[in-house]
Write a protein that binds this ligand. Structure first.
Ligand SMILES: [Zn+2]
Length: 82
């Protein structure tokens, strides 16, 4: 069984689909019983989806593109440990 720390460490590999089926299953199990981690994953995955979609839209006006780029840069920062 994963603990919260390990689960959060696996967040980005999880979102990047770099994990084995076994690891995905363990994460899913943890998220099912740990609302704080589930919320964290939902927030991050939602943001990542929006950002990657926005980053791919090359037709965006310059102002929007600049804003999106800065969001992308922030998203690329490693998670802060508290
Ligand atoms: Zn947890």
């Amino acid at each position: 069984m994963l603990n919260c720390k390990k689960t959060i460490e696996l967040l980005y590999p999880y979102l990047d689909r770099e994990l084995s089926a076994q690891e995905l299953e363990e994460i899913q199990e943890h998220l099912d019983m740990c609302p704080p981690c589930a919320r964290h994953f939902a927030l991050e995955s939602g943001m990542l989806r929006i950002v990657s979609k926005a980053c791919k839209s090359v037709q965006a006006p310059a102002a929007l593109r600049a804003r999106v780029m800065s969001t992308c840069m922030k998203a690329a920062e490693p998670p802060r440990s508290q």
